[in-house]
Design a binder for this molecule. Structure first.
Ligand code: CMC
Length: 395
């Protein structure tokens, strides 16, 4: 058994080579294909970011136009998906629904499910990016008992998502620039993040040669957990809980509970496996948060004030300082989404929508790598080596 490196949680194992996303955790730096996240988030829209992540280069005008039109052509889902959706309870968690819906796509696209075929990978990438907003909005509409809205291809990718979320057959949604831009930025900031748990899940799942839709469904399932994508939902619930306890005045009490290892309580939206400095996405998210609240005329959002006070206390506390725990992207994203009108239970599904492009790019990169093999970790066996089965009467 001495042949293997024992590395639970993969703290020091590089499982692949990748040229997509670079993180310098000590500096708090994030680059998509070499471009700093601060520049991508302020100078590109989400579909340009998708093009960059998938193809390695930013599109020129013509390439962008072609890409947008390609994605736009695939926004609808098969009508049968509605019937599948209707099998769920109305109060099903959207991530439970998404795991099912994304996996179900495999059953509709028999012409593009061979993961070893580059053309199939290309078309399923477009289908997934195009259909995720439709599926998330369908899951939402279903949960509130409304008819689901068909995609409107005259709108932008993100404008269309907001339309499918907030329009009804009796009332049109007029896309609002500030809110659409905020949502678009949320998408950009979540688009890829190298070998996190869900991305590694997608790679491992895809390494068996399963189809792209199945591999992405595995990523959705992994993302659901509160230590990963579920942190945005958990963070907002945490803020609301502190607010209910008495708000800012109760921060000290809450932080004391977090520091007590036996409490099992963590400061959600804080800490990261790779960032040992401020998560650059959190800075950009906080900026968007201010912009959205300013636009909506929310002078003092009690949750934002609470979050900022909590952040300040944590950043000055020896427990967090010594462990290099800083706010991550999820610390402020929930406040922005809530202000836009997104229900808390949908936050992680929106993260999944945005991360889909990263998952696909990483999956395609793996398949195209001549060194790729089925992922098959080894173990250090700690059980009984060999023993004999006794007859029932003697056990
Ligand atoms: N609150 C309190 N203590 C923490 C926290 C936290 N949020 N995060 C880490 N610690 C402590 C941890 O208990 C450990 O203490 P000690 O050394 O005394 O045992 C130390 O800090 C190191 O943490 P770790 O658990 O060994 O670090 P990890 O790399 O295994 O975990 C993490 C990273 C993100 C899972 C963890 O920080 C966490 O659970 N954070 C809260 C959930 C969260 O916000 N997740 C979103 C991550 S960013 C978005 C995404 O990519 O999904």
């Amino acid at each position: 058994t001495g042949m293997f490196t024992y590395d639970p949680g993969f703290l020091s194992t590089a499982a692949c080579q990748s040229s997509i996303t670079y993180i310098d955790g000590d500096k708090g730096e994030l680059l998509y294909r070499g471009y700093p996240i601060e520049q991508v988030a302020t100078q590109c829209d989400f579909l340009e970011t998708c093009y960059l992540i998938l193809n390695g280069e930013l599109p020129n005008e013509q390439q962008k136009e072609d890409f947008v039109s390609l994605v736009t052509n695939h926004t609808m889902v098969n009508e049968q998906m509605q019937f599948f959706l209707r099998g769920f309870r109305r109060d099903a968690h959207p991530m439970a629904v998404m795991t099912g819906l994304v996996g179900a796509l495999s059953a509709f696209y028999h012409d593009s499910i061979d993961i070893n075929n580059a053309r199939h990978r290309e078309i399923s990438a477009i289908r997934l990016i195009a259909k995720m907003p439709t599926l998330v909005a369908m899951a939402y509409k279903y949960s509130i008992g409304q008819l689901y809205m068909y995609p409107k291809n005259s709108l932008s990718y993100t404008g269309n998502f907001m339309h499918m979320m907030f329009a009804t057959p009796c009332e049109e949604y007029v896309p609002n620039d500030v809110l659409v831009r905020a949502m678009d930025r949320i998408f950009i900031l979540h688009a890829d993040h190298e070998q996190n748990a869900s991305t590694s899940t997608v790679r491992l799942c895809g390494s068996s040669g399963t189809n792209p839709f199945a591999a992405i469904a595995a990523g959705v399932a992994c993302l659901w957990g509160p230590a990963h994508g579920g942190a945005n939902e958990a963070c907002l619930n945490m803020l609301e809980e502190i607010q209910a306890m008495g708000g800012v005045a109760k921060i000290g009490e809450f932080v004391t509970k977090v520091k007590d290892k036996n409490s099992g309580v963590k400061l959600m939206g804080f800490g990261h496996r790779v960032y040992k400095n401020y998560d650059p996405r959190a800075t950009l998210m906080q900026e968007t948060c201010r912009e959205v609240l300013g636009y909506l005329g929310v002078k003092n959002d009690p949750l934002l004030e609470l979050a900022m006070a909590l952040e300040k206390v944590a950043l000055e506390d020896e427990y967090f300082v010594s462990r290099k725990l800083y706010p991550n992207v999820d610390f402020y994203s929930g406040i922005v989404q809530r202000a836009i009108g997104i229900p808390v239970s949908l936050f992680t599904a929106i993260f999944a929508l945005a991360r889909t492009v990263g998952w696909i790019a990483q999956l395609n990169e793996m398949i195209a790598d001549p060194e790729y093999k089925i992922g098959r970790p080894r173990q250090l066996f700690t059980g009984a080596i060999r023993r004999e089965v006794k007859p029932m009467a003697m056990r």
